[in-house]
Design a protein around this ligand. Sequence first.
Ligand code: ADP
Ligand code: MG
Length: 248
Amino acid sequence: MSEKNESAKVKVTGLTKKYGDNLVLKGIDLSVKNNEVVVVIGPSGSGKSTFLRTLNKLEEPSSGSIIIDDVDIAKKDTDINTVRENIGMVFQHFNLFNNLTVGENIMLAPVQLKKETPEDAAEHAKKLLSMVGLAEKFDAKVQSLSGGQQQRVAIARALAMKPDVMLFDEPTSALDPEMVGDVLAVMKDLAKQGMTMIVVTHEMGFAKEVADRVVFVDDGRILEQGTPEDVFNHPQNARLQDFLNKIL
Ligand code: ADP
Ligand code: MG
């Protein structure tokens, strides 16, 4: 495993999120180092997606601080575009624009938000497509692609903004089983290249192989965390033991 830079890339302190009276995140503290890969596991409804969405400011935190590259993005006056330029997110359901080609999907944000020239953006998009194994799909219609191919395009699209941190919310959960491996391979490559990643997934093989740390979230709190070996082979918390018995 590569040397990790010791500085915190992401530092979350006392993060809470309420929907009406429903306290969904009950005080999350998590520091992620530069180049670190953190896998988040936990039962359905425990707040995993809400956590990632607050990190990307798709949701406003109710309290707490989220410091990314020394900027507190939880503050209401932080420019949301700057935040999103620095944090890429990949969703379960790809969320590509179906009326655009693959290349147009990837070029859209760099051209509109970063004011890259279409020529530069296209060149970068082609490099990213070959990185995710889809070099020949630049002009393809999104709907002509399989789910696994669409998810790899979604990863390329997020990378086109040259983010410092990548968030993945169950990126393989909506895929047919035979597509899962290709998407995980791209994520593994990214990790090897030193991308800082927070990944919500039920793919325990990926977690064991790629994660530096596994974090178990239950009912809006981190109940346990450690190396994959610690968490999977020596779980301490009864809720974690119960969860692992159900999924393994
Ligand atoms: P997970 O990703 O771990 O399955 P979520 O973060 O999606 O969990 O959901 C955690 C809880 O927050 C659930 O009880 C869910 O119903 C609630 N929740 C999520 N998003 C919203 C929303 N936009 N409005 C109201 N409640 C929400
Ligand atoms: Mg979720």
